[in-house]
Design a protein around this ligand. Sequence first.
Ligand code: PLP
Length: 487
Amino acid sequence: MDYISTRGGRPVSAAQAIVSGLAPDGGLYVPQSLPSFSLDEIASLAKLGYTGRAVEVLSRFLTDFSRGELTEYVGRAYAKSKFLPEAVAPVVPLGGDGAYILELFHGPTCAFKDFALQLLPLLLTASLKKTGVDKTVVILVATSGDTGKAALEGFAGVPGTKICVFYPDGGTSSIQRRQMTTQAGDNVMVFAAKGNFDDAQNGVKRIFTDAAFAKALSEHGYLLSSANSINWGRLVPQIVYYFSAYCELLNAGRIKAGDAIDVAVPTGNFGNILAAWFAKHSGLPIRRLICASNRNNVLTDFIKTGTYDRNRDFFLTASPSMDILISSNLERLLLHTSGSAEKVEGWMQELAATGKYTVDAETLAKIQASFAAGYADDAAGAAEIRARFERDGYLCDTHTAVAFHVAEANRSDAPMVVLSTASPFKFPRDVLAALGETAPESDFAAMAALTAKTGAAAPASLRELDKLPVRFNTVIKPAEIRAAALR
Ligand SMILES: *Cc1c(COP(=O)(O)O)cnc(C)c1O
């Protein structure tokens, strides 16, 4: 299967797309056609464990990787030492009225991004070999909080790679910041950047399309790549857990093969929910994709009206990993629904020039056929955390709360799978406050208080953070991202 840029150009292999990250024309790589899973095939996936399902799904998208390679990488990425639960991505019933939680936070950094970022380094180093590149890869990451740590954890110590992470100064929870600034490893660098996530992401994207910079790096034996969800290698592992969730529901006798489910996804850069769209359009019986935003609800408006308008206030919220006004992956959906790289190019030019664009009626109708959208502000999110805990005995984080809220408003008669994207212990002060407690100043004290209040244990990797030395404390301006990357 070949991959093309959302803005046109010649097809490349999956390995090439993964090595490049962003296409040279500034577009994102997408598969030229989608695989098609039959219901029988889906039912037989249910007989496998998570890693077996992953090999089957990935092998249909990454056709230039052998089954043997994928089996090895998947076995290493989702090993028991990294993901504690037997199911890797367990599905938990909530309340008993057909709502389920897909728990994606049991990996090494306690957020769903581990699913992609434990696998990406293995796919990327193999892709370098396949494409005959003999260079050190420099991974540049702009993070709104969780990607940075997950990428550091995935790439630390991987031979032939260096990783450089930029997070918005003051834009993450202090646990998230601490996870990054204490990262061990000789091939890692972490910077706080003034401004918000969009500024950091734009700074990084600009470097990717700077041909002169790429040439200078290349002469020094380096090649740039990305671990953000603009990289296809970041997105494709996420398709797997939608198939796996469906299999878990089949195995538990909650659905029959062919029954449709709805999924609700807390959304920022549109990567996770787009993976659900790829699963649906590869044959998985998903009826509706429910796109849940926080107060930065640019996607809610887009899905409802067809106008994407980032000219609005940017809010720092209790769900920082969704504090985004430019959702990069939407571009991929636009290509698949409009079928026209020319149109996508035009919209992206408008977005760059005026901060907004409006899609045509036909494209909007196709988007609305798959997606519903809504948002929750911090107060609604907090009310949701409290309600889920008091009524269902389920403790969720601030991002998952947004999805619960929007899922509730969009229930149909289909089973609803809500994605739980982070451990509540990553945001202990906000979660504690939502439960009606006065949160202590320190995140670590708040973690202990949250355990005392709920009986839930904090993950050891988070509890131990305050014992680790801080290695990185440099704050830079967005204009200095390029110079920082060269260090
Ligand atoms: C990254 C993140 C999101 C948003 O996911 P996207 O793929 O960017 O839409 C939601 N919740 C958490 C906890 C995250 O880390």
